[in-house]
Design a protein around this ligand. Structure first.
Ligand SMILES: Cc1cc2nc3c(=O)[nH]c(=O)nc-3n(C[C@H](O)[C@H](O)[C@H](O)COP(=O)(O)OP(=O)(O)OC[C@H]3O[C@@H](n4cnc5c(N)ncnc54)[C@H](O)[C@@H]3O)c2cc1C
Length: 478
């Protein structure tokens, strides 16, 4: 029997199209799969609470899939280097394989692991989390890209995925017993209160759930994606983001499925693949500017007159702003761990531009509450809305929450679903209940300030105030 190989898993929680697992299988060595809950990682960007819920279920699913292949998933917690060392020493493993990840702390950890083990055993790192490696796509001046559209074009002209990797035919199990934690002992799931109890109605974490979502999306929504992707009242997007985040499905598998689908018209497919490349772009920015999650890309935004107002922040976080589309989005987030992209943009614009609250407050709230919380996408998106990012939304684009609601939730169904107090409001006033005559409010059983909040700010006042602040920033040098 050959000495074993250790496969250290992180955000690559899948069996199929997994270059690391395939390479491990090809060695014909017994394979030890391990997931280590990293307790050394600095507190700031540890998994948020909603992500931990997902992680628990995803590890459960992966463990079942590996069991079916006779491989046991070894769970450890603590220092990654110490736990790997313990597994390697007790099993006499001679190879350590893992998949590359790109968050600054993940890269640093990979370097530490490499330095610690590479002169004793074979250490190999594989790709598979992105479509394009961040170093691979460069401008004509051999620099990283700062703007999305040229990045996107360069990606398409470089190469596009043509086929996924075959699943490993046979994995050799390591027969001796290895110490492993019990997943339940990690207490990743919330208790007292169990605020995530509703998540089960919306999600099936794990590889099988990811493929189900993809199949459903292609069958029902894919061909209309280009048109419906902005409609939160219609289930028109793929909801693959948490699956992608945890690597339960690869972007390559999605790319190929979309390309091969006869059901997806050219326009739907192109606009979808563009979103997948936004994900790569966010990682491109993060790798080249690792401070992106904590510092404005445009330094002059350090001088922006942000306001500290915990009462307003609290009203935003809990969906009590008095603007129905904002409240619907924030409550959808709380109940399901996810929010539609269009609504993410509207609520982010409201926090930053109407309330003048620092984008990092929004970034942190999303980090804790999103099941798809992802350092690269979250930071790039918040900075994009704030106007402080590399490729940023124009400073004068300040979403009007009423007009956005009327345009993208035209019948008000999205608001009715998440803000039940307004469920009987007629379409005409669903996005602006403060304009409704008394008798309409009475018939709909809405008493502003009692069972639904009054607006916490007047949008036209807030818009003028934001424009003044943004105009001042514009005059400063970058
Ligand atoms: C303020 C704000 C914060 C965000 N935070 C996150 C986050 O923490 N994690 C996250 O995955 N996405 C984030 N996004 C991007 C986007 O909202 C989600 O990826 C998308 O809503 C996920 O739903 P979906 O899978 O149905 O998307 P689809 O429309 O089906 O898109 C398919 C995939 O493309 C990628 N994608 C789509 N839009 C974007 C985008 N704008 N930027 C980068 N990748 C994108 C995602 O991986 C997504 O799963 C954020 C957007 C905003 C405006």
């Amino acid at each position: 029997m050959q000495s074993p190989l250790v496969y250290w898993l992180r955000q690559d929680l899948r069996i199929n199209d997994n270059a690391t697992l395939i390479a491990a299988a090809k060695t014909d060595r017994p394979i030890i799969c391990t997931y280590i809950l990293d307790e050394n990682q600095s507190n700031h960007w540890r998994n948020g609470a909603a992500s931990l819920w997902w992680l628990h279920h995803s590890l459960n699913q992966l463990s079942d899939s590996l069991d079916a292949l006779n491989i046991k998933l070894i769970l450890r917690r603590g220092s990654v280097v110490e736990q790997l060392e313990d597994i390697i020493n007790t099993t006499d493993a001679t190879c350590l394989y893992f998949t590359r990840h790109y968050e600054p702390y993940s890269s640093e950890l990979e370097n530490q692991v490499n330095q610690h083990f590479s002169d004793k055993i074979e250490v190999k790192r594989f790709k598979g989390y992105l479509l394009y490696e961040p170093e691979e796509i460069r401008t004509g001046n051999d620099e990283p890209y700062k703007v999305f559209t040229p990045f996107y074009r360069k990606c398409l002209s470089t190469h596009t995925p043509s086929s996924a990797l075959r699943s490993p035919k046979k994995l050799i199990a390591y027969k001796k017993k290895i110490k492993s934690d019990r997943l339940n002992d990690w207490k990743l799931l919330p208790k007292k209160p169990n605020w995530a109890k509703g998540f089960n109605d919306y999600w099936v974490p794990g590889e099988a759930g990811a493929h189900e979502n993809l199949k459903d999306f292609i069958k029902h929504a894919g061909s209309k994606y280009g048109v419906l992707r902005n409609r939160p009242d219609i289930c028109g997007t793929s909801r693959l983001s948490p699956h992608l985040h945890f690597g339960e499905i690869s972007p390559r598998q999605i790319w190929i499925a979309i390309k091969n689908s006869q059901k997806i018209l050219e326009s739907g497919s192109e606009s979808y693949l563009r979103q997948l490349i936004w994900r790569d772009f966010a990682y491109h920015l993060l790798v080249h500017w690792p401070d992106f999650p904590t510092k404005p890309f445009r330094k002059k935004f350090n001088q922006f007159p942000w306001k500290k107002d915990t009462k307003l922040l609290h009203a935003w976080q809990h969906g009590n702003t008095g603007y129905p589309i904002i409240d619907a989005g924030m409550r959808e987030l709380w109940k399901t761990g996810w929010m539609h992209n269009r609504v993410r943009m509207i609520v982010a614009s409201f926090l930053i531009k109407d309330l003048l609250i620092h984008w990092q407050k929004g970034e942190e709230w999303f980090w804790d509450t999103l099941v798809d919380a992802n350092l690269a996408n979250n930071a790039a998106s918040w900075q994009w809305v704030a106007g402080s990012g590399a490729d940023a939304s124009p400073y004068f684009r300040i979403f009007n929450p009423v007009l956005q609601g009327e345009k993208f939730d035209p019948l008000g169904d999205y608001v009715r679903e998440w803000v039940p107090e307004l469920s009987a409001m007629p379409k005409k006033y669903i996005h602006s209940p403060w304009l409704a005559p008394e008798d309409i409010l009475a018939t709909a059983k809405v008493t502003l300030g009692k069972n639904y909040p009054c607006r916490i700010i007047d949008h036209s006042f807030a818009r003028d105030r934001a424009l003044t602040a943004y105009k001042k920033i514009r005059t400063l040098a970058d």
